[in-house]
Design a protein around this ligand. Structure first.
Ligand code: F6P
Length: 541
């Protein structure tokens, strides 16, 4: 099976809806919101400001079925090795499986191991939180530094920030970049006598993480001596042999499994810093939210199934409308890192150019994913969203209430801005409206003619909006699982492997080759003239 042949009738529908325009679609159908908004628990997915209708959705759902999406979903949940290039199962759903049912990989139930690791994490997190686990200096830990990168950083860092109102443990800090500035700035404000370091790396070979971990080790040793390392370090990895070589006490090493992809690992021991920040009970609620969404993904009819619908929305925009990107716009400051998190989840998963059988795909796959929280983005890049030459579908995320009841007027402004943006993108402002506006400001006819083109918003730009009651651990778990399964649905339709990431390897190999040329251990030769010129410039200064 190569890339999909997209149904012609649906392609024609995309054109027809786009030329009719969203304004008219709403004017013609007062029931449009009710027909095209979907719910699960307190989660609402409004897909009405898109160029489609329920019939289109049914057609797309049938297409997804023909493409084998449902079979692939069943294969994932039953532990088949659907990550074919690495011969691995894909079972992040087992990490949040709160039921009693076994989950088999190669005939063995993985759930006892999952539960045992969770219990060990809980005991450790509780000990750090209640001060029964002390530092080498006999102090309770006030600060925890997580050292990791990519999936070993973005998930826990994003979730920690998102759940700040629930944090009642030590302060959390995240170091990811190999740029020494990152660890230097982080450690500068900390006291080694009360700082715990967690080294998080699935492979325990990632050069950025290992370099930062060694620097942190030196920082502890310099202040407290070699014997303090055991008390001040913990590790999370699938490569337990390599962790041992680093000198971390096995009692403080938390494992996970090769069937958990890095970008899907926040539910595993990679979530340990989150558990330390919000406590095991809050972490359990986070897992439960994701598990509830997993059940919904498995059980709900495709045309009522939120992750399927979100995946179909992505396919619609990418392959039927030809849009190159999507913007993730959380109207929630605590979700500031969500766009970066979803960027890895989506672009590392679906940024693929060959099918499962290794043939070139014959359609566009994963779009560019980017974003910033509203309302800040409005004052930065929304100009292009409204009046630029590309159409970029926007995905708004907003909660009905915030965590600061005393600042409810802030929240009302935030929500009003969110709704205003999707309305403006959809309705735009016509030439006549722009002229009337300028006339109302008392402008002359000549001024009106000169300025009106600049004040026209084409509108007819699609968006979708995700609403939940409040950003709780459960709501966040649900939201992340929603996006994970959306990426799955899209990847299944495109017939690509969403669970490998060979595209990150080449740069790593070349960096290892260039390092000795940069520090003078090897002569700078055998590269192109640009690389040699830049090497020379950087070495000489
Ligand atoms: O280079 C990409 C990547 O492999 C990601 O997929 C992963 O999340 C990240 O690096 C970190 O890897 P590790 O957890 O093995 O250090």
């Amino acid at each position: 099976m190569t890339g999909p042949a997209f149904p012609q009738d649906l392609k024609q529908k995309a054109e027809a809806f786009r030329s009719a325009g969203l304004r008219r679609l709403f004017a013609d159908d007062p029931g449009r919101f009710d027909a095209l908004s979907f719910g699960f628990e307190d989660l609402l997915l409004d897909l009405s400001k898109m160029h489609w209708d329920r019939e289109t959705i049914a057609g797309l759902a049938a297409f997804a079925r023909e493409r084998g999406m449902e079979d692939r979903r069943a294969a994932m949940f039953s532990g088949e090795a659907i990550n074919e290039t690495e011969a691995r199962a894909v079972l992040h759903v087992a990490l949040r499986n709160r039921g009693d049912a076994p989950v088999l990989v190669d005939g063995r139930d993985v759930m006892p191991g999952v539960r045992e690791t969770l219990a060990r994490m809980e005991a450790f997190a509780n000990g750090i939180r209640d001060g029964s686990i002390l530092s080498a200096a006999g102090r309770p830990f006030t600060d925890v530094v997580n050292i990791g990168i990519g999936g070993s950083d973005l998930g826990p860092a994003m979730v920690t920030a998102a759940l700040a109102p629930f944090a009642d443990g030590p302060r959390l800090h995240y170091v990811s970049n190999v740029d020494g500035a990152h660890i230097a700035d982080t450690l500068k404000g900390l006291d080694p006598r009360s700082t715990l370091v967690i080294v998080a790396s699935k492979t325990f070979t990632t050069i950025e993480t290992m370099t930062n971990a060694r620097t942190a080790r030196q920082w502890i040793v310099k202040a407290l001596g070699e014997s303090a390392v055991g008390a001040h370090f913990a590790a999370v990895s699938t490569a337990l042999d390599k962790v041992g070589a680093f000198g971390i006490d096995p009692a403080r090493v938390f494992g996970f499994w090769d069937w958990v992809g890095g970008r899907y690992s926040v539910w595993s021991a990679i979530g340990l810093p989150v558990m330390i920040a919000i406590g095991p009970e809050g972490f359990a609620q986070f897992l439960e939210g994701a598990h509830a969404l997993d059940r919904h993904f498995l059980e709900a009819e495709a045309t009522e199934n939120l992750p399927v619908l979100l995946g179909l929305a992505g396919i619609w925009h990418r392959n039927f409308c030809g849009f190159p990107a999507r913007a993730i716009l959380p109207y929630d400051q605590r979700l500031a890192r969500l766009p970066a998190y979803l960027q890895q989840l989506d672009m590392e998963s679906n940024g693929k150019r060959v099918t499962l059988s290794g043939e070139p795909v014959d359609c566009a796959t994963g779009p560019l994913v980017w974003g910033e929280p509203g309302t800040n983005g409005q004052h930065a890049f929304y100009q292009l969203l409204h009046q630029g030459t590309d159409v970029i579908p926007c995905e708004f995320i907003v909660a009905a209430s915030g965590h600061e009841p005393e600042l409810a007027h802030h929240h009302a402004l935030l929500v009003a801005n969110c709704l205003a943006q999707s309305e403006a993108l959809m309705n735009g402002r016509t030439r006549e409206e722009a002229e009337a506006l300028l006339a109302g400001e008392g402008k002359s006819a000549a001024e009106i003619a000169r300025l009106a083109p600049h004040k026209v918003f084409p509108g007819n730009r699609p968006s979708l909006t995700i609403v939940h009651d409040r950003l709780t651990p459960r709501a966040l778990g649900r939201l992340i699982a929603l996006y994970e399964h959306r990426v799955f649905v899209e990847g299944a339709i495109w017939n690509i492997n969403s669970f490998d990431q060979w595209g990150v390897e080449l740069g790593k190999v070349l960096a290892n080759e260039l390092l000795p040329m940069l520090d003078g251990r090897e002569p700078a030769e055998g590269r192109d003239s640009s690389t040699l010129g830049l090497l020379d410039r950087l070495r000489s200064r």
